[in-house]
Design a protein around this ligand. Structure first.
Ligand SMILES: [Zn+2]
Length: 142
């Protein structure tokens, strides 16, 4: 099984190729802000499928993020959000089996839609991040 460094390397290669193609074939601009976002989203998306392994790096990052989000929500008295976050946290542990849902194209498409929405409907970012996600599935199949 490839380790996270290998998934990261291949994910960054895939997203770099996607970025270069989009830059030359479409009006997509390579500003420093765009490159920074692409870097972080590609790192996240290339590791995301292994969120179903409780000992993986991405799983730890997501758990810490959930904890920080829950504390922030509690601080602002959004108790319903605290409950939702904890439900997501525990469902990660019990519902996700390794190489199940997180290693599917459906999970990749949900990631695509979430990035599309949070980037104010920028499909360039969504395509580039999706390419990093796909690289993970390809490497796991080889
Ligand atoms: Zn994997």
């Amino acid at each position: 099984m490839p380790n996270y460094k290998f998934h990261l390397l291949i994910g960054l290669i895939f997203s770099t190729i996607a970025t270069i193609l989009l830059h030359f074939l479409t009006p997509f601009n390579l500003t420093i802000n765009n490159i920074t976002f692409i870097l972080f989203s590609s790192i996240f998306m290339s590791l995301l499928p292994d969120a179903d392994i409780s000992s993986s790096k991405i799983s730890r990052i997501i758990r810490i993020s959930f904890f920080v989000l829950a504390l922030t929500s509690a601080y602002f008295s959004h108790w319903w959000l605290v409950i939702v976050i904890f439900m997501l946290y525990f469902s990660m542990e019990f519902l996700l089996r390794h190489r199940g849902f997180m290693h599917s194209l459906l999970a990749g498409n949900i990631g695509f839609i979430i990035i599309f929405i949070i980037t104010d409907y920028n499909y360039y970012f969504a395509i580039i991040s999706f390419s990093a996600f796909i690289s993970h599935l390809i490497i796991d199949k080889i």
